[in-house]
Ligand binder design. Structure first.
Ligand SMILES: Cc1ncc(COP(=O)(O)O)c(C=O)c1O
Length: 443
């Protein structure tokens, strides 16, 4: 029988005699390459070790004098786990809530087939902040999208009367909703799809931010369409912000054809864009929406679907479920993630610091108009796109930013996204911007 000996905490965490505090970045890389699936290619020669403050990480890089050893360095976290850490790394209020509930309140772990008292807190908080009638908890971001997809289909079948095999769900080109088979069935990114087919039928795409195409499709097939599922701002596509009147026209069209407007707020929600939810930027109300990432306060994976009563009510006992969706710890963390969003005014800070970051980025664009093509964003969901030239490579920029003490990552070859914690301060934005300026200058 296989066995493994495990002991210690932090650097002393030791597995079969290997103490992780002794491993060089090179050794970490080797373990990951030989023992892990290669579905990521992390930045080379850097290993994150711990948190310094809400926007600063301590990382290990090879010791220039001895490659088998490491030195520690500070990194401004310009990405905050793809917007999962809006509340800042180790937000004290959320950490305290976890410790208090685990140590003193003796928090149980039970499934949804028995009621627990913390679910009520989460449902009250999540309906309160979203202004929606009902909420269904899930775990990963993709699951909130997938459940919105399933609810859309069921609503199309039960409420709109579309025969099951005829139901169409419409998505937007360039979308990113996660990695499940349903989500990649909607994707038009070949890298995410190749070899994973066959895909789900009943999905059609229209170009994002193109109201005429949507109108045409709705006119042609509206009686078979259950929902239009869309990100309010496309994050993974490179922070693509639609025209200011796009969503009001979308909402009108959806109403006219009795089609649900289903929004994916997994990346844009929880204050990221300067509003609690990005659809509020465009003055529309989705019929159903999915949230994830920062819904877990940067500590736990927590996601949920929020929607109108008549939409969520197509779910019936036994038709859906999740062992860890809304279990007690997730309910506590989810509730406190909302408390921090409100009490620390995260959306307001995202607007203030986001405008400040954008002013820096625009200055850099003006200084290097031959290198930076466009600067985009709302709140602290921002990106700059470079011209498609050999020396202007997003990956090179990410690597160089690391050398300047900043962690950020390209989304496409020429675009670099910046999405720091919403607790970031002016001084840290200055440091982030100085690093970008130096890197762009050196290209
Ligand atoms: C808009 C959007 N939806 C869904 C997801 C998937 O979330 P997860 O990776 O937690 O499943 C992401 C992740 O980046 C996202 O940006």
């Amino acid at each position: 029988m296989n066995s493994v000996k495990i002991s210690g905490y932090g650097d002393d965490l030791t597995v079969d005699g290997i103490r992780i505090g002794d491993l060089s970045p090179d050794e970490h890389q080797n373990i990951e390459k030989t023992k892990g699936g290669q579905n990521y290619s992390p930045l080379e020669d850097v290993v994150v070790s711990k948190v310094k403050d809400s926007s600063t990480l301590i990382a290990r890089i090879p010791d220039p004098d001895d490659i088998k050893k490491y030195i520690e360095t500070e990194l401004i976290d310009g990405l905050c786990c793809y917007s999962a850490v809006n509340q800042g790394q180790l937000n004290q209020t959320i950490v305290d809530s976890v410790i208090e509930h685990l140590s003193n309140e003796k928090l149980p772990t039970v499934p949804r087939s028995i009621r627990h008292k913390y679910m009520s807190a989460f449902l009250l908080a999540a309906t309160g902040i979203t202004g929606m009638d009902k909420v269904v908890p899930k775990v990963a971001g993709v699951e909130s999208w997938e459940l919105s997809f399933k609810i859309s289909r069921r609503w199309g079948f039960y409420k709109k009367g579309i025969p099951e095999e005829k139901i169409i769900i419409v998505g937007a080109t360039g979308n990113f909703h996660g990695r499940s088979v349903a989500a990649i069935s909607m994707s038009d990114d070949e890298e995410s799809r190749t070899g994973f087919g066959p895909f789900l039928p009943g999905i059609e795409l229209v170009p994002f931010n193109d109201i005429d195409s949507l109108k045409l499709l709705f006119e042609e097939k509206g009686d078979r369409i259950a929902s239009f599922m869309v990100e309010p701002i496309q994050g993974e596509a490179g922070v693509i912000v639609p025209d200011s009147d796009y969503f009001t026209m979308v909402a009108k069209l959806c109403k006219k054809h009795n089609i649900l407007l289903a929004m994916d707020e997994v990346q844009t929600g929880f204050g990221r864009t300067g509003k609690n939810f990005a659809h509020q930027l465009f003055n529309v109300q989705p019929d159903i929406m999915g949230c994830g990432k920062a819904a877990g306060g940067g500590i736990l994976p927590v996601s949920f679907v929020a929607g109108r009563k008549d939409v969520i009510d197509v779910l019936t006992p036994g038709s859906e479920g999740s062992t860890f969706g809304g279990y007690p710890l997730a309910s506590v963390v989810g509730t406190y993630a909302i408390k921090v969003l409100v009490e620390e005014h995260l959306a307001d800070n995202a607007k203030i610091q986001g405008d400040y970051l954008m002013s820096h980025l625009n200055e850099i664009k003006d200084e290097y108009p031959d290198k930076i093509k466009e600067v985009r964003g709302r709140g602290l969901l921002t990106a700059f796109e470079m011209y498609n030239e050999k020396n202007l490579n997003g990956h090179t920029v990410s690597v160089e930013l690391l050398n300047h003490g900043v962690y950020a990552k390209e989304t496409h070859q020429t675009t670099v996204r910046l999405a720091p914690a919403l607790t970031i301060n002016k001084y840290q934005i200055d440091r982030l911007s100085d690093a970008i300026r130096s890197v762009i200058k050196g290209l």
